[in-house]
Ligand binder design. Structure first.
Ligand SMILES: Cc1cc2nc3c(=O)[nH]c(=O)nc-3n(C[C@H](O)[C@H](O)[C@H](O)COP(=O)(O)OP(=O)(O)OC[C@H]3O[C@@H](n4cnc5c(N)ncnc54)[C@H](O)[C@@H]3O)c2cc1C
Length: 267
């Protein structure tokens, strides 16, 4: 089984994020990481390929520092990594991003058939949760989304989905696109020697022309939406601490709740 896993490089959840003059997120390698839930996709890919002596190829689309996400994936056990990158991709919306990722999958499929594309549930920065479906649509492949458990029966993928009060089991013939949740498995922790080996591993770099895409199909030029305005969220003023040093704590707290309309009723 030949499995492609799509992994995204995102700012660390707890990092201080900033917007550049162009309204885009400023990204630096020291406050960024592999999208956490994509580790579940990598784990699912490794288990799927492992059960059939297959191959896992990690693919990311992103700026040069996105290579960090690929190195983490290699350290977890992926056999190969592909980095789609270049200025032409900048400013791409979800449609342009999915087109480029699907082109990367087609590129790999041209070398040898790809059986499954695995993805995470959502990128924790964009939170679109649409890339898996859009990539499946671009490829014309069936999709199993929000999968809690993935198994292989012959050449058929079986995905368990948990809905409110119901469990569903879906089957899809390969090739197919599958997105997994963060409870699908427990991602393995790479060992130090694997992290070091991944640092030196060779990574295939592909531009949009390598993927057979024209300038007007990628990045801002290939997007159907554009960012009209982006504003930094004002800093949170922090908590107001009410002390009871002089016995006035209760009164101060009551006044705070009333002044901020946090309790109902007349004053
Ligand atoms: C108008 C517009 C302009 C934008 N401009 C920029 C920009 O200039 N720079 C920028 O960085 N972003 C930009 N974005 C955001 C970018 O389009 C999205 O981050 C990207 O399309 C992925 O969507 P998402 O983050 O919502 O992923 P989701 O749909 O939430 O991701 C689901 C899964 O898909 C896979 N996946 C998602 N993205 C990637 C990826 N890039 N590579 C590999 N796998 C992936 C992962 O497995 C992930 O778990 C822009 C978005 C819009 C709408």
């Amino acid at each position: 089984m030949r499995v492609v896993v799509l992994v995204k490089h995102v700012p660390e959840l707890l990092s201080q994020r900033a917007l550049g003059e162009d309204g885009r997120t400023v990204r630096t390698s020291d406050d960024s990481a592999l999208n956490e839930v994509d580790e579940n996709a990598v784990e699912a890919a490794l288990q799927l390929a492992g059960s059939s002596e297959g191959e896992v190829i990690a693919v990311t689309l992103g700026p040069s520092i996105a290579v960090d996400a690929l190195r983490r994936t290699l350290a977890m056990g992926a056999s190969r990594a592909v980095h789609a990158t270049g200025d032409a991709f900048a400013g791409g919306d979800v449609v342009a991003t999915a087109r480029a990722l699907a082109a990367a999958v087609r590129h790999l499929d041209g070398e040898a058939p790809v059986d499954v594309v695995l993805t995470g549930l959502a990128a924790l920065d964009g939170l679109g949760s649409v890339i898996p479906s859009l990539v499946a649509a671009e490829l014309g492949w069936p999709q199993l989304t929000v999968v809690e458990e993935l198994t292989l029966e012959g050449q058929t993928l079986v995905g368990r989905r948990e809905l409110d009060g119901a469990t569903e089991r879906w089957r899809a013939a390969t090739p197919a696109v599958v997105s997994v949740t963060d409870s699908a498995n427990d991602p393995r922790l790479p060992k130090m020697k694997d992290l070091l080996a991944a640092r030196a591993a060779e990574i295939t770099v592909l531009t949009h022309t390598d993927l057979g895409l024209a300038d007007e199909e990628v990045g801002a030029a290939g997007s159907r939406t554009r960012v009209v305005e982006a504003a930094q969220r004002p800093e949170h003023p922090g908590p107001e601490i009410v002390t009871d040093d002089d016995g006035e704590g209760g009164v101060l707290l009551a006044r705070y709740l009333l002044d901020n309309d946090l309790v109902g009723g007349a004053r």
